[in-house]
Design a protein around this ligand. Structure first.
Ligand code: 5GP
Ligand code: ZN
Length: 114
């Protein structure tokens, strides 16, 4: 999608520190890390938020959670634990309107997140 920063990162138009990439998913380091490890996992296709996932996205969502998250957690050394979070919409705190999952680790996470 034109003018979407994460579409541009997925296509390589905007540079990022990519840590994982395949046909449908990309993962790259967050520009303003909130933890020692802070990676954003995105679908390459433009989906606005978790509210916009549908039946056609089952394979994509399963791929992210069943393949990419555990693989990255292992590769990034998050054996003590990690957090995966997605912000959706205004009250959810979403600032970039392209679905992304924050993978955070390397420190103790507090709950509730605030
Ligand atoms: P949200 O608030 O939408 O859940 O998260 C958006 C995240 O994207 C933030 O953590 C922010 O630091 C990150 N971010 C925004 N612009 C860029 C960018 O151009 N490159 C990278 N790598 N991260 C970005
Ligand atoms: Zn996009």
């Amino acid at each position: 999608m034109a003018d979407c920063i994460f579409c541009k990162i997925a296509s390589g138009e905007i540079p990022s520190t990519m840590v994982y990439e395949d046909d449908t998913v990309a993962a790259f380091k967050d520009l303003e890390p909130q933890a020692p490890t802070h990676v954003l996992i995105i679908p390459k296709k433009h989906v606005v938020s978790a509210a916009d996932l549908g039946k056609d996205d089952r394979e994509l969502a399963a791929h992210i959670f069943c393949d990419v998250v555990p693989k990255l957690a292992k590769e990034l050394g998050l054996s003590k634990g990690f957090r995966v979070v997605t912000n959706a919409g205004e009250e959810g705190g979403q600032t970039v309107m392209h679905l992304h999952f924050h993978l955070l680790g390397g420190r103790s996470m507090q709950w509730p997140p605030g």
